[in-house]
Design a protein around this ligand. Structure first.
Ligand code: SF4
Length: 392
């Protein structure tokens, strides 16, 4: 696999003259919202206040219609309703696991579908969100990697995942939601479908909206972006987003990592670690998380554990061991638990926190990218059969 050039999307630049058809306000940054309101005829001297008011209605109160924005004049609300909409992705299916994990399959523009997973824990509630339909990359242990990239999600489709989960959790103030850590949706991980750093602008704008104190108000330290190693974009994550960083590491030699995470052929382990040692926000209070999927007889030996510790020496880090979630046709098996515990023990004794990630929602196939592919495959085969047999 050759790591293709980053795909950027310039979908969200709003010219003074509004495009045909209603513009969705969800996903516009504050400057873009300002431009849109001016283009829709909002007087210059009022626009700053209008931006704040509308921003709070959408992101603090979760309002989806202009009529409910009672601190705006009726005529102005009507004017807004003519030019704008407030939309989030549509929930196509929702599954709840016996352990409380919720999985949403959501539809976005173009009829594409992505998945979103909510994982409740005693001290937090984490939403795993997607940044691409399919993925630019083809990591061989990942089901999403078997789905070719369709497109990047817009900032609206990314922040919209947070909003639809809050709807489902009843987490808007009207519904009596607290603003502090006790809320149900307290953490975000960009570990769903896609490589977030190959959609940098979309992810950056969406996370800025999510962190804005006048709206969803999520602390940057409760947002973790996981990358497979798009080296040129790593420092920008610290400078322009400021969230925590995780790396899909998964191997301790280039030979093995080339197979598991093919982007390694472009930026190998040494280059990646070099970029992480220069990470602008590196500190003991903001450690980088090294994600390590445990694959039987592939990357789970004691030698691997010792090599891993040696490789990351000097980097404030924690290591997340992920028991592999098998999916139909997967070329790997999960390591035995005794092997995972032995591996964790070596890392722990070397001074690193090495939590083993508890698989969640297995009864609803909560493994990354599983739900999406199921939908995709079913539709194709029936359509293909119809096309092939002409029995449409
Ligand atoms: S692990 Fe991440 S980057 Fe790799 S194929 Fe899966 S979604 Fe894409």
């Amino acid at each position: 696999m050759t790591a293709t050039a980053p795909i950027t999307q310039d979908l969200v630049t709003i010219p003074r003259k509004l495009p045909e058809g209603p513009v969705n306000l969800v996903g516009l940054t504050r400057p873009q919202l300002r431009e849109a309101l001016l283009a829709a005829g909002t007087p210059e001297k009022q626009v700053k206040m209008r931006v704040n008011q509308i921003w709070q209605w959408i992101y603090q109160w979760g309002v989806r219609d202009f009529d409910s924005m009672t601190n705006l004049a009726k005529a102005y609300r009507a004017q807004l309703a003519e030019r704008f909409v407030i939309e989030v992705p549509e929930v196509v299916s929702r599954q709840v696991s016996a352990d409380g994990t919720r999985k949403y399959l959501v539809k976005i523009a173009g009829g594409h579908e992505v998945e979103v997973v909510y994982i409740p824990e005693t001290d937090r509630g984490t939403l795993c969100i997607s940044s691409q339909v399919g993925c630019t990359l083809t990591c061989s242990f990942c089901h999403t990697g078997t789905q070719k990239l369709v497109r990047n999600l817009t900032a609206g489709e990314i922040v919209g995942q947070i909003m639809l989960a809050r709807d489902d959790l009843g987490e808007w103030p009207e519904q009596g939601a607290p603003k502090d850590e006790t809320r149900l949706l307290s953490n975000i991980v960009l570990m769903g479908m896609g490589e977030p750093l190959y959609n940098f602008e979309g992810v950056r704008d969406a996370m800025k909206i999510a962190m804005d104190p006048e709206g969803i108000s999520l602390s940057r330290r409760r947002i973790t972006l996981s990358t497979s190693g798009v080296v040129p974009e790593i420092a920008k994550t610290a400078e322009e987003i400021g969230c925590l960083l995780a790396v899909s590491f998964h191997a301790t030699t280039d030979e093995v990592r080339d197979k598991l995470v093919p982007i390694n052929k472009r930026w190998n382990i040494e280059t990646l670690l070099g970029a992480l040692r220069e990470y602008p926000r590196l500190s003991n209070s903001e450690r980088i998380t090294f994600e390590y999927v445990m694959l039987k007889d592939v990357n789970d030996s004691d030698a691997d554990a010792r090599r891993l510790v040696k490789l990351i020496q000097g980097i404030p880090a924690k290591i997340n061991l992920i028991p592999f979630n098998e999916w139909p046709g997967a070329p790997y098996q999960r390591s035995d638990w005794s092997r995972i515990e032995a591996f964790a023990d070596i890392i722990y004794k070397a001074g690193y926190a090495s939590p083993i990630r508890t698989p969640r929602g297995e009864d609803i196939m909560a493994a990354c990218g599983q739900l999406k592919s199921a939908t995709e495959r079913a539709r194709k085969s029936r359509a293909q059969i119809a096309a092939e047999t002409g029995l449409g």
